[in-house]
Structure formats: structure tokens, C-alpha cells
Design a binder for this molecule. Structure first.
Ligand code: GAR
Length: 192
């Protein structure tokens, strides 16, 4: 069985979309894969309850308890590795990862970013797209490399920016597409 480990920091709606798709599309039988664990750096991440309700192992590692980024990432890797991961999925995991962590999972670490990369790396992507006068925005799933929000693109989806959009209304429209493309990209990675 291939093991997927999903990292979250908040709502976990992308994680939930992956878990639901895995159930609906019978990934265990069809892909020999399952979501083995959900790990959060925040104890109050809403997605943890969803994961527990679906019988998925969860773990919380509070980054504030660690003296350095390297120390946090080392413990994070130990936690992830206890689930023998074939794929590590960043789903709204709002921590910058150290080069050592990224190298450890090279080729099996993916992220979702709420912009059409290479445009708008970093934070506040929706407001920045509106401010720039973009007519279209979107979302990108990509392989994670040492540089933030850079790395081979696996999938993208485009949504229109509407005249009265706020960052919140645009984010909601993008998020709907995130829930479509992320499970699809995960499934493709598992078929490799
Ligand atoms: C998603 O919009 C995701 O693209 C974004 O955080 C949100 C998490 O939502 N990720 C980033 O901004 C990464 N830089 P979720 O917790 O409901 O999946």
C-alpha cells in the first residue's frame, strides 16, 4: 500500500477533498494508496477533526516549541517517516521548509499554491492579482523544490477575476477549483 501523508495548518479543505476523492474513487483498490496520516503545525487546525472522523492518524507538531526551523523540520520528518510515505502533500501548510527537508522528499513532495505560477509567489495572492488588474487568476499544483513556490508544474486551473471581486470572493472561486485539481494531481503522482 502506498502511503500519502498530508500536511495542513488550517481549514484543511484541500485535505478533505483528497480524502473524499480517495474514498469515492476507491484509491485503495484502484491505486493501492491511502491517506495514512494528517500532520498539522497547529493544534487548533480545523482539518484535524475531519481527519480523525475519517479514521486517519493525526499528529500535531507546534513549530513554536522548536528553537530553529531545522529542529522543527527534523522532528516533522521523523513524524512523517513513521508513516512510510510515498507522497507528502502540502495542503495549506503555511511553513517555509528547509532545503534539507525538501531534499529528503525530492520527487515525492507536492504543494498547492493559489495563483497561476510563476505569477504571485508568496502570500496575499488574490489581492495582488486584483491589484494588478488581472482578468484571470487560478491555482497551481507543483513539485516542491528548495525555492519557495517554484518547481515543476503538475496542474493548473484558471478562474475569471470579476469586476467586484474582493480577495475573499476570488479566493472562494479559486478554492473550488483547488478541490478539483489537487485530488487529480495526487492520483496522477500515485500512478507513476
Ligand atoms: C488554499 O487556498 C491553498 O492554496 C493555500 O492555503 C489555502 C489552504 O486552504 N496555500 C497557500 O497559500 C500556500 N502558500 P485549506 O486549508 O482549506 O486547504
Amino acid at each position: 500500500m502506498k502511503n500519502i501523508v498530508i500536511l495542513i495548518s488550517g481549514g484543511g479543505s484541500n485535505m478533505a477533498a483528497i480524502v473524499r476523492t480517495a474514498q469515492q474513487e476507491h484509491w485503495e483498490q484502484r491505486l493501492g494508496a491511502r491517506v495514512a496520516a494528517v500532520v498539522s503545525n497547529k493544534a487548533d487546525a480545523k482539518g484535524l477533526a475531519f481527519a480523525r472522523e475519517h479514521g486517519i492518524a493525526t499528529a500535531v507538531l507546534d513549530h513554536r516549541q522548536f528553537p530553529t526551523r531545522e529542529a522543527f523540520d527534523a522532528e516533522l520528518a521523523t513524524t512523517i517517516d513513521s508513516h512510510q510515505p510515498d507522497l507528502v502533500v502540502l495542503a495549506g501548510f503555511m511553513r517555509i521548509l528547509t532545503p534539507g527537508f525538501v531534499a529528503r522528499y525530492a520527487g515525492r513532495l507536492i504543494n498547492i499554491h493559489p495563483s497561476l505560477l510563476p505569477a504571485f509567489t508568496g502570500l496575499h495572492t488574490h489581492q495582488r492579482a486584483i491589484d494588478a488588474g488581472c482578468k484571470f487568476a487560478g491555482v497551481t499544483v507543483h513539485q516542491v523544490t528548495a525555492e519557495l513556490d517554484v518547481g515543476p508544474i503538475l496542474d493548473q486551473a484558471v478562474v475569471p477575476v470579476l469586476p467586484n471581486d474582493t480577495a475573499d470572493t476570488l479566493a472562494a472561486r479559486v478554492l473550488t477549483q483547488e478541490h478539483v485539481i489537487y485530488p487529480r494531481a495526487v492520483a496522477r503522482m500515485l500512478q507513476k
